[in-house]
Ligand binder design. Sequence first.
Ligand code: PAF
Length: 293
Amino acid sequence: MRIVKTFAECRSLASDSTGLVPTLGFVHEGHLDLMSRCRRENDLVISSLFVNPLQFGDPADFDAYPRKFDRDAGLMEAADVDVLFAPSLEEMYPVEPVTAVVVKGITESMEGAHRPGHFEGVATVVTKLLAGIQPDRAYFGKKDAQQLTMVTRMVPDLSLPVEIVACPTVREADGLALSSRNVRLSDQARRLAVGLSEGLFAAADLVASGERDGAAIERTVTAQLAGMSAEYVTLADRASAEPIVQLDRPAFLAAAVEVGGVRLIDNVWLETDGSSDRGRRLDETSILYGEAH
Ligand code: PAF
């Protein structure tokens, strides 16, 4: 695996089929699934590691984000990544930027309503990665459903010559969706946190049994959030990320909670025929809890 610091060097390595897996680092099995799909579908696999200050509202959150370069590089190498793109802040933002990418509508509810500026930061850095590296495909997890809707829509809006590939959420054995934040959960908060995925799965079961009313579907999740404070539980159109009152088109049911001082998000994808995508569960404890963390 080559470690590359500049966009120009990245582009000089491009092949006929180049795949990109963008990350903020602190790699877990969710990222490894993206890399493995990227490996299967491309000649050249590039993974970026850049903790993007533009998408963190609170500078303290940015400072606290775990940075484990050697650990991440080792995991990427083991995942058969060809190129680790790790730009400096100066490479990414050589001059104070006066240009930003703003995606309307899609970013206004849910995460957008609770994290002002977050999606503008993500949209801007993703556009820069796509423009600077010029991959043929880019891989994103369904765990960040609203982000995925946004990035997917940026492609036609900005005529970006790239295919966005969506990959399933990866979960711990008990259902908790993998996130770098999970390591900050106390034992008690960790026990409570499983209620988030349990609520979403219960709602997906309700949909499988025929329910299509948005309020009833959302209530099923809220009922399972004991010990957590819910920021939102929202049934949203998958194409526009706008809240909907009836499951009458492809949707996701998303929730954000705060538990023991840690903010968690999760979702399930729901179809009008009653089927759902709940992601996949690990058999073992996640590498997030390994020695290296
Ligand atoms: O999903 C993430 O990890 C980040 O938002 C991304 C896409 C790497 C942009 O910084």
